[in-house]
Ligand binder design. Structure first.
Ligand code: NAP
Length: 374
């Protein structure tokens, strides 16, 4: 079977990357691409690297244009995709790259985003530990998927194994993350101008204000959940209304994270350094075993050998998250360094990997572990 696909937000960075990966997917046919202010223009004018899609024109992002496809990807600014969800009720599979369907907590949505709250959808990070299992179990057969925030996936994947195994103390997490400006999208902003970024490293959203903080807390709370709890609630399982399992990821759940992103002059990529205290009694072997058990069998999340740490450049264009683990006994902290491409494993790759799982296709279809270099 070939699935017909529409990509909304096709003139943007995330939409463009979704299209790049889908163009090589044997089981889908890209049928429609849509945009907002650039509707009516040729796709190739905005995505000149997508040569095989040169024949497409950007249509307006309306429910009528998006209806009638097997799969719709929404890659819109947060707050926009929620308005499409009712209109796409008949679409078998909808995958949102935005934040509208990621959070389970209305209070967190109000505090970090604001505007209308929309129901959480199945979270699109297959390798994430959820109550001793993997999120991919919840993605199988899913019909509504929320792809992750790019920074959030880097930090959640870094720390979930330690939280799940109880070898780190999640009440004192510190994470500092270098990210390229493509993470903020393509629209013009003064702080993203080359003259502001080149030759500099610029912190932003300092002091607990970054929007991915509740998403990370929510993921780590799910990682820590007991197996029974995961059976009952899962993590963002498909459900028609905002159900009664939404008490994870709140400020009083014992998960505290100080998160500081730093904008750096690489067009794409994330390097996240996350640390947390070693839990009482945890041995070095216990700690390393937690990450080995979580990712030893994974293709797209790879734990590097002891003493090795990833570089952001190693994962560019790849659907891979590389993780290096150190145990700093004098500081009594575990240090996790993670690299991923914000537009691949942080968005489009995660979305398409989740799509493959939802449809029962081989999980790695159209995705690669290999980056580009230099
Ligand atoms: N960039 C990343 O690394 C990344 C990572 C994870 C998640 N995401 C998420 O993916 C989504 C898209 O991000 P992006 O980086 O691709 O942003 P972007 O480059 O700014 O692209 C935004 C897209 O949405 C369209 N759009 C703008 N305003 C709209 C409106 N009011 N209604 C409908 N469409 C509208 C734009 O169309 P026009 O160009 O025609 O105006 C464009 O196609 C965001 O929710 C973001 O949080 C992005």
């Amino acid at each position: 079977m070939t699935y017909s696909v529409a990509v909304s937000g096709a003139s943007g960075y995330a939409g463009g990357e979704i299209l790049r990966i889908l163009a090589a997917h044997p089981d889908v046919q890209i049928r429609t691409v849509t945009a907002h202010s650039n509707a009516g223009q040729p796709l190739i004018q905005h995505q000149p690297h997508l040569r095989s899609l040169a024949h497409f024109s950007l249509q307006p992002s309306t429910p009528e244009v998006l209806a009638g496809h097997d799969i719709v990807f929404l890659a819109l600014p947060h707050g926009q995709s929620g308005s499409f969800t009712d209109a796409l009720a008949d679409t078998p599979l909808v995958i949102d790259a935005g934040a509208d369907h990621r959070l389970e907590s209305v209070a967190d949505w109000d505090r970090f985003y604001g505007g209308d709250f929309h129901d959480p959808w199945t979270y699109g990070v297959p390798e994430l530990l959820v109550g001793g299992r993997k999120q991919r179990e919840h993605l199988a057969g899913a019909t509504r998927i929320a792809a992750p925030g790019c920074n959030a996936s880097a930090v959640s994947l870094s720390l979930a194994p330690g939280v799940a195994a109880g070898v780190i103390d999640p009440s004192d997490i510190v994470s500092v993350l270098a990210v390229g400006p493509s993470g903020a999208g393509r629209s013009l902003k003064t702080n993203l101008l080359a003259s502001e970024i080149l030759g500099s490293a610029n912190p932003y959203a300092v002091g607990g204000t970054h929007r991915h903080i509740p998403e990370i807390r929510q993921a780590l709370a799910a990682a820590r959940a007991s197996e029974d709890r995961a059976d009952v609630g899962g993590f963002g399982d498909d459900h028609p209304t905002h159900g009664g399992f939404s008490d994870r990821g709140h400020a009083d759940d014992g998960i505290r994270i100080s998160f500081t992103p730093v904008l750096v002059p690489m067009s794409r990529g994330i390097l996240a350094t996350s640390t947390a205290p070693i839990a009482k009694g945890a041995t070095d072997a216990d700690i390393r075993a937690a990450w080995e058990a979580a990712y030893g069998d994974e293709t797209f999340v790879q734990l590097l050998p002891a003493g090795q740490f990833p570089r952001a450049a190693d994962v560019l264009g790849a659907n891979t998250a590389l993780i290096g683990l150190a145990i700093d006994r004098p500081a009594n902290r575990v240090v996790v360094v993670a690299a991923l491409d914000n537009l691949v494993k942080g968005t489009a790759g995660a979305a398409i990997q989740s799509m493959n799982i939802a449809l029962g296709l081989p999980e790695a279809t159209a995705l690669t572990v290999n980056g580009t270099a230099p």
